[in-house]
Design a protein around this ligand. Structure first.
Ligand code: SR1
Ligand code: MG
Length: 419
């Protein structure tokens, strides 16, 4: 029996029977379904994720649930997110080959994707909490962010492809709506699903009392909902990255939409900054060395992004924007134009970064970097540094900040006793 047209969530007990006829799964796991072992390995907020193991190898089966797993069926969520994730994965694979898991099979009615099981990769957030080093992390992620930003934009795409894609992904309404609420809005008022560590009230009062800050955050939300510069991953945190000691891949693009080019890299930097600020609770030995390494990842990530973006600007600028006819064909260097585009990207990125640093401590869906800290007094002290640096970033984002300046700010906040 293959999957039927009526959606039904899989379980460990039903998966083998229901997916027995999916040739792509049998090919990667093994033809004899009696040998298949199925485990549910999902630890995310939204979906079912199974690992299927057999004599030929392993595969992942990811299936959307019709509600937010973290909250339950009181928060319904469209199954169509699997459709958008599938289409995002195909585009990311084309724009940055090897950066995302290979897709073996997609079933729209069952909202499921069968894909490559990444081994021995583990979720990057776990490595950062454990103090593990990952070689080439900045290079993999900086390249991914630059290539997907550039190749998904009007700097590169044809008019036809771009209009079709913007229209396609505009159908992903409810999933980006989570970001509009949880990331951009809820941290700045007493929203029902919010939670925070005891002791943070004075910091929260400072943030919510800062009207200029709230204006800037709403301006960024305006850009997030109105600016269709490129196809963004939409949820690029350290739980959306899987790494070994030497390799990193990006997973889970169900929050995909067309949005600002600075969004993904900004969110990513925020997650490294939160890893940085939370380290004192996770280790004493090698604390300084590991924190230095995390900040080094941020500077290398931004440097790689910028170098790859400039390279693509020179070699692949075949879209609607900044045509060679206006610059090179008249003997004019377009570097100034590239500088201006990058300046806008960084202006947005550092502000998105600050907002992500706020939401992971103040609204729903906190991150394990802080949540795993059992001593709530220590957790509040570390979160306070993170929250106040987030505010400083949002305020300073339009002053021409670069990664070095951001890392210098992080060192300064890391030495503060805010509470
Ligand atoms: C209700 S979903 C909460 C969070 O989980 C996802 O990974 C996104 O980060 C979202 O904001
Ligand atoms: Mg996710």
């Amino acid at each position: 029996m293959t999957t039927g047209p009526t959606y039904e969530p899989l379980s460990v007990d039903t998966l083998t029977r229901r997916l027995a006829d999916v040739a792509a799964l049998a090919e990667h796991v093994g033809p004899d379904t009696k040998t298949w072992q199925v485990e549910e390995i999902g630890d995310g907020n939204l979906n079912l994720v199974f690992r299927v193991t057999g004599p030929n190898g392993q595969a992942v089966v990811k299936q959307a649930l019709p509600y937010v797993r973290l909250v339950g069926d009181s928060w319904p969520l469209p199954l169509y997110r699997a459709f958008f994730e599938y289409h995002a994965l195909t585009r990311q694979a084309a724009r940055d080959p090897g950066s995302v898991p290979k897709v073996y099979h997609f079933d729209e009615a069952q909202a499921l994707i069968v894909m490559e099981f990444l081994a021995p990769h583990v979720i990057l957030r776990r490595k950062l909490i454990a103090g593990e080093y990952v070689d080439t992390l900045a290079e993999c992620l900086g390249t991914f962010c630059a290539r997907t930003a550039f190749r998904g934009s009007a700097l590169s795409m044809t008019r036809e492809d771009r209009k079709a894609d913007v229209a396609l992904f505009a159908g992903n309404v409810e999933i980006p709506a989570i970001t509009e609420a949880l990331v951009f809005t809820d941290p700045y008022y007493d929203a029902e699903l919010n939670s925070h560590t005891a002791g943070l009230q004075p910091v929260i009062a400072t943030l919510r009392g800062d009207v200029a800050l709230k204006v800037k955050v709403q301006q960024l939300l305006q850009r997030f909902v109105s600016n269709t510069e490129t196809m963004v991953h939409g949820d690029l945190h350290s739980g959306s990255i899987m790494s070994t000691e030497t390799d990193s891949r990006v997973i889970d693009p169900e929050f995909v939409q067309y949005g600002p080019m600075g969004f993904d890299i900004g969110m990513l930097c925020a997650n490294f900054l939160m890893a940085y600020f939370s380290q004192p609770a996770h280790r004493q030995d090698d604390l300084t060395a590991y924190q230095d390494w995390v900040l080094g990842v941020i500077t290398d990530l931004c440097q790689t992004f910028e170098a790859e973006f400039r390279h693509l600007w020179q070699t692949e600028r075949t879209g609607i924007l900044y045509p060679a006819a206006v610059f090179e064909d008249q003997g004019h260097d377009s570097t100034l134009a590239c500088d201006a585009v990058l300046a806008d990207i960084w202006r947005d990125a550092w502000a998105f970064c600050g907002i992500e640093m706020h939401r992971r401590c103040l609204s729903l869906a906190h991150n394990a970097d802080f949540e795993d800290i059992a001593d709530t007094t220590l957790r509040a002290a570390l979160e306070a540094r993170n929250l106040m640096m987030g505010a400083a970033l949002i305020h300073a984002a339009d002053t021409g900040l670069d990664a070095q300046a951001v890392c210098a700010m992080a060192r300064e906040f890391n030495g503060k006793d805010i509470l």
